[in-house]
Design a protein around this ligand. Structure first.
Ligand code: KIV
Ligand code: NA
Length: 264
């Protein structure tokens, strides 16, 4: 596999080629995913739930993400590797610089931060210091206690306008990628068309440039309540490698996410 960079993702956006991405936390799955054709992996702070059994992402530590970033990098050295900045690790720009350095030195190609225009200075400072940034808007799970639960964001006009202006502001501050989580399909489409940077959606409908799934959701490992946007690709294929290839195909031909996986 050739080394994937942000340049490839911008090219996909411009060519309107949809791309599938996944979370990964260890070398073995990372290698399997890349061998199946995945080019972008995220060491998400979702590992608090998927690996640590927690009920939110808030207790996840920067050293947890750094450790799993090193593991994924070993298994998938040529993928484009995103790593999450966990709760409170970017409370101030200085915190962000020190903690982002740990993830970049562990092998990340870009770090992801949750939040809107309050992050402008941080995003600018990271970018100036050669740390590429992915913004994350919509449902931002680190804010679950402020949002009052894991709920769709941007159904009201005022919130939708705010999300669009946050996306533009973060792009102007230097963010090179945007994750949109649990927003209505039409809003996700509008934001994707308004920004030049690639947009990766989860629960954001079929019109974003890319899609991301937590690997445990894509493989039907998640216990209990499964999110509306999730799809168990293993159930329909019976084999993990075929499941991942099917996920990639369904994203590329826009059969996933379908209406039943999206919010209106
Ligand atoms: O932590 C995570 O897995 C994420 C994705 C769901 C976007 O942030
Ligand atoms: Na995350």
């Amino acid at each position: 596999m050739k080394t994937i960079t942000i340049t490839d993702l911008i090219k996909y956006k411009n060519e309107q080629k949809k791309f599938a991405t996944l979370t990964a936390y260890d070398a073995s799955f990372a290698k399997l995913f890349v061998d199946a054709g995945i080019e972008v992996l995220l060491v998400g702070d979702s590992l608090g739930m998927t690996l640590q059994g927690l009920s939110s992402t808030l207790p996840v530590k920067i050293d947890d993400i750094a450790y799993h970033t090193r593991c994924v990098k070993m298994g998938a050295p040529n993928c484009f590797l995103l790593s999450d900045m966990p709760f409170m690790s970017y409370a101030t720009p200085i915190d962000a610089y020190q903690n982002a350095a740990k993830l970049m030195q562990a092998g990340a190609n870009m770090v992801k931060l949750e939040g809107g225009s309050w992050l402008t200075e941080t995003v600018q400072g990271l970018t100036q210091r050669s740390v590429p940034v992915c913004a994350h808007l919509g449902l931002t799970p680190q804010s679950v206690n402020v949002l009052g639960g894991y709920k769709v964001q941007g159904r009201e006009d005022a919130v939708a306008k705010q999300l669009l202006s946050d996306a533009i502001e973060l792009q102007n501050a230097g963010a090179q990628l945007l994750v949109l989580e649990c927003v209505p399909t039409d809003l996700a489409k509008q934001i994707t068309n308004h920004v030049a940077i690639p947009v990766i959606g989860i629960g954001a409908g079929p019109h974003t440039d890319g899609q991301i799934l937590v690997m445990h959701d894509a493989l039907g490992i998640t216990a209990g309540k499964v999110p509306k946007f999730a799809k168990n690709f293993l159930a329909q294929t019976g084999d993990i490698r075929t499941a991942i290839k099917t996920y990639i195909e369904e994203v590329e031909n826009q059969t996933y996410p379908a209406v039943e996986h999206s919010f209106n």
